[in-house]
Ligand binder design. Structure first.
Ligand SMILES: Cc1cc2nc3c(=O)[nH]c(=O)nc-3n(C[C@H](O)[C@H](O)[C@H](O)COP(=O)(O)O)c2cc1C
Length: 250
């Protein structure tokens, strides 16, 4: 029997990301989010206007998108109901949010330098993407009541860093969906995916390479971020937790 309902939210299940951005003073913010989807080397993010992440993205136009696996769930949950905004906005106070400056420390995650953007990546997340803002606009712009509450960002991916444990053996550029175990947020609760395919996929017969876009060539031309460390020797180097993005510890 089908029934007509009015659920307050329609969060039917999307992967969880930890998005890192740089604050005005050079420190780092890190926030969980899950209103995200992917189109080639672009992704679309939906973020509340009353988030530090949104303010940082609007100002700096860059972030690191760390995709959480099921193994990162405790770290994600430690960041829930925190904000880098001070004072905490009234709508978040009412939901029990508190201000938190040291988000990497709180989550127990390790910041490592990105190559082309200032915001650091989270070492423990198996997928880390460096991204720049291509465009943004408000959600529900024509609605007097909802206008100004949510910002939609189109991000272009500029570097992809993957834990090689999630790759198809012998295929350096292909992720094995049998190995990649994304953390899913469904109606505010955490889930994983089943570890087996449910059915043969007709779409899966199309070679992935046919989806390759010019954004990958553009990404190759991205200049190294000046604070990213000393060339290849500094790749994946750990940053001090409260450091400005240019400062690092070996
Ligand atoms: C699993 C999870 C998913 C979330 N998804 C989103 C989201 O898609 N968009 C959003 O604006 N907030 C989302 N939030 C809430 C933000 O984390 C929250 O607004 C937080 O205060 C943002 O931190 P910031 O103010 O330091 O940027 C999510 C929180 C959790 C725990």
């Amino acid at each position: 029997m089908l029934v007509t309902c009015e659920p307050a939210i329609l969060y039917f299940g999307t992967p969880v990301l930890l998005i890192s951005t740089i604050n005005e003073d050079g420190s780092t913010n890190l926030a969980p989010m899950s209103s995200a989807f992917w189109l080639g080397w672009r992704c679309v993010l939906g973020l509340a206007a009353t988030s530090k992440t949104t303010q940082n993205l609007l100002r700096s136009g860059e972030c690191a998108l760390n995709l959480a696996s099921v193994d990162n769930v405790a770290a994600v949950d430690r960041l829930a109901r925190t904000t880098g905004l001070h004072p905490v906005p009234a709508n978040k106070l009412a939901r029990g949010y508190r201000f938190e400056r040291e988000k990497f420390r709180l989550a127990g995650l390790t910041p490592i330098a990105s190559e082309t953007v200032a915001p650091p990546r989270a070492r423990e997340c198996p997928v880390q993407l460096e991204a720049v803002t291509a465009s943004h606009h408000g959600l529900a712009e024509s609605d007097n009541e909802l206008r100004g509450r949510t910002v939609i960002f189109e991000m272009r991916i500029q570097r992809v860093h993957l834990d090689d444990a999630i790759l198809i053996e012998g295929e350096p550029n292909r992720i094995d969906p049998d190995k990649w175990r994304p953390l899913i947020m469904s109606f505010q609760k955490f889930y994983g995916l089943e570890s087996r395919q449910r059915h043969h996929s007709m779409l899966g017969e199309i070679p992935e390479v046919l989806y390759r876009s010019a954004d990958i060539d553009k990404a190759r031309q991205a200049r190294p971020f000046l604070g990213a460390g000393p060339g290849d020797a500094g790749r994946n180097h750990v940053l001090t937790l409260d450091a400005e993005p240019g400062r690092s510890s070996p």
